[in-house]
Design a protein around this ligand. Structure first.
Ligand code: ATP
Length: 389
């Protein structure tokens, strides 16, 4: 394989970097990289991978662009709101570098398709945001011998690591053999995230991908060591701390052949990752413990407990509502009103409010109901000017 004159010009500034050079560029050109998730991590990672001249890039994402994505998902734009993210990303990426072949998969990665898709690539970037997908990506990649560059971010912090490096490094299950409790997992849509923070992690992921593909970790003095980098952008010193991690777990259920229980057959036929990672216990109330938003709107001065985070409450809330975030509420033995008071619990989508009702009933507030669909329904059916956070 060689480079065309156009490619020499296009990649000239990186070709002359002594640590990189022509050989690395040719390796990028002949490589196939899969990016799962074209969101906050995937967009910046894709932008730099395409700019750098990866031969073929696959993008998996079933989602469409939402206006609330645009502060961080930099390949999408106001004009592409509503479009499939992988198509919106492809459109922008081809403008950056038409020499890269881009293959899109507008579908959720699942146990039905993960092997068929992964088999066509040399390296995977995990740019998704749920534990269930992280385990699926890990298991599929390990069983196919693929390295995974893994990133995550929330609020002002981000993390980066490389999993199953060269099929000998530790995998996600070596570090996290069991998933975290669902109640401890916060999504960007709940906890928020600063665009540049997640963007930085995505950019770092693209650099790691370039280092892996170009063979950097096989050069003398640069032998791969498992690591976890933790970035915190919101402190005076912009800290990036990198910890060396231990190697493969002797008990790993997927990457250690001696203790392997998870095979391709198990992934495809026996595992339900969403169930294993624990769906939240929603839909836990009976019909008489819930109230439709239209009936709630007719009440005169109800006592309303809003269980969203205080940051969300401080942006916008219903008049007369008091804020007790769900985690704080779950520690309470009583409210500052008599136990006979009718209590109406509201949240953003009507999920956390159900868990709050369960707790309030347990501590003696029998007349407690949740507002079905929460503030989202309030905005859709009662007050269209009410923004939902
Ligand atoms: N199983 C999956 N297969 C493919 N893509 C996935 C899968 N799970 C998540 N994703 C994608 O990963 C991306 C993660 O992006 P990001 O964390 O920035 O959040 P988001 O889902 O776009 O937005 P928000 O959390 O604000 O609603 C999303 O585009 C999402 O659709």
């Amino acid at each position: 394989m060689s480079l065309s004159l156009n490619e020499y010009t296009r990649y000239g500034r990186q070709l002359i970097v002594s640590e990189f050079g022509l050989d690395s560029q040719l390796r990028l050109k002949s490589s196939r990289v899969l990016v799962v998730g074209a969101g906050g991590l995937g967009c910046p990672a894709l932008q730099y991978l395409v700019g750098a001249g990866i031969g073929t890039i696959g993008i998996v994402d079933p989602d469409t662009v939402d206006v609330s994505n645009l502060h961080r998902q930099i390949l999408h734009s106001t004009e592409t709101v509503g479009m499939l993210k992988c198509e919106s990303a492809k459109q922008q990426l081809q403008k950056i570098n038409p020499l890269v072949e881009i293959v899109t998969y507008p579908t959720a990665l699942s146990t039905d398709n993960s092997f068929d898709i992964f088999e066509q690539y040399d390296l995977v970037l995990d740019c998704t945001d749920t534990p269930a997908t992280r385990y699926l990506i890990n298991d599929t990649a390990v069983l196919l011998g693929l390295t995974v560059v893994s990133g995550s971010g929330l609020k002002t912090e981000g993390q980066l690591s490389i999993l199953n490096f060269d099929n000998v490094g530790p995998c996600y299950r070596c570090f996290y053999p069991t998933p975290p409790p669902p109640s401890s997992v916060t999504a960007c849509s709940d906890g928020g995230v600063l665009g540049p923070v997640i963007g930085l992690v995505g950019v770092m992921m693209s650099l790691e991908a370039i280092k892996i593909i170009s063979g950097y970790y096989h050069t003398e003095g640069a032998e791969f060591q498992p690591f976890l980098s933790m970035y915190n952008g919101y402190n005076p010193l912009q800290s990036l701390r990198t910890f060396k991690m231990r190697g493969r777990s002797a008990k790993c259920r997927v990457c250690n052949p001696a203790t392997r229980e998870i095979t391709k057959h198990v992934v495809q036929n026996e595992l339900d990752y969403a169930v294993w990672c624990g769906k939240m216990e929603y839909n836990v109330l009976s019909a008489d413990e819930r109230i439709p938003v239209e009936r709630f709107a007719e009440l005169k001065e109800p006592f309303v407990v809003d269980v969203r985070a205080k940051e969300q409450f401080s942006i916008v809330h219903l008049p007369n509502s008091v804020n007790i975030p769900l985690n704080a509420l779950r520690r309470l033995e009583t409210l500052e009103v008599p136990k006979s008071t009718p209590v109406y619990v509201i949240c953003r989508f009507g999920n956390d409010s159900q868990l709050a009702v369960k707790h309030l009933k347990k501590i003696g507030y029998e007349n407690t109901v949740d507002v079905i669909g929460g503030l989202n329904q309030w905005s859709q059916k009662i007050d269209p000017l009410f923004p939902v956070y």
